[in-house]
Write a protein that binds this ligand. Sequence first.
Ligand SMILES: *Cc1c(COP(=O)(O)O)cnc(C)c1O
Length: 368
Amino acid sequence: MKARTAPLREEFMQAIGEIIDSGAFSGGPVVESFEDDFAAYCGTRHAIGVGSGTEALWLTLLAMGIGPGDEVITVPLTFAATVEAICLAGAKPVFVDVDEWTYTINPADLERVRTPNTKAILPVHLFGQPADMDPILEFARKYRLRVIEDAAQAQGAEYKGRRAGSIGDVGCFSFYPGKNLGAFGEAGAVVTGNDKLANQIRMLANHGQSRKNVHFLVGWNSRMDGIQAAVLRIKLRHLDRENRLRRDHAMRYNRALADLSGLVLPAVVNDRSHVFHLYALRARDRRRLIAALEARQIGCGLHYPVPVHLQPAYRHLGYRRGDFPVAEQSADELISLPMFPELTPDQIAFVAAAVAEAVATSLAAGIA
Ligand SMILES: *Cc1c(COP(=O)(O)O)cnc(C)c1O
């Protein structure tokens, strides 16, 4: 993190100093400027800064009037927040399996799970690659459903030339520090072209106030901090360059690992741009790979080792192992290698060599 912030440190200190001097710690003009910048970046009419990505999703569902008795279709291979938001809105998450190459929602399964109670589809642009939005939008039009994009991992990604988050009715973003566009704390945003929803979400995020002391809705406090907005405004100017670096690193990994057996490397589908929030590959013998990386002190991650439908908190939904075979197998096999803009070719080669060695020992043991 230190290496990441060093080149812009002076600029950050200056911007944070201005917030301290102005006293605009919660909301205020810098938050408004960031909202304008981010809306322009995404190509939407509105951006609303909120407290986190989780709240972006939850407030969106509330603004749409989605609650008890309603169903929202999403995927089990995601961060728990996607599903939490649906449950905390009082609605029921209904899962469909993911596609085996992109790990995003498989649109072919939508028809099978729809009921008269289905109100929305919530695709997740997992690891930084947009879900296949056209069939989702078509399905939504057919049954008059809302489409909410969980774009928490996909700031700047594109689907057929459109920015992630700007394709459905609403796009929800997280600026958690580890995301491609990360704040110095918790923050999130909602983007939309729908004036009414934008207005509703803005009210909900500020105690339901339509103006001061008029509480029009039962809302919440989910205002963005001035300091986070100041940091994000600066970082947004570097996002495209950093995403390009991530993409270059991913291609370098792909080339270095291409000939190894027992691995499934990340695939980028035509017409989509992947911003590689994570470089996640599948390994048949993941245990050995983790051990080899750890032995060299190479950080790796599991996203996500237990799919949401098998987590204790979601047992009441009644799903069982076997219900979503692609998500379950992916959860067993996915492993994320180091991925950040400052990664060097030497570091990538070092990681790739460790992966190659693990694959060789797996082969010798007859596993890969
Ligand atoms: C990070 C993340 C969230 C939640 O965002 P927070 O800002 O941490 O609340 C939601 N969905 C996905 C897919 C995420 O990766």
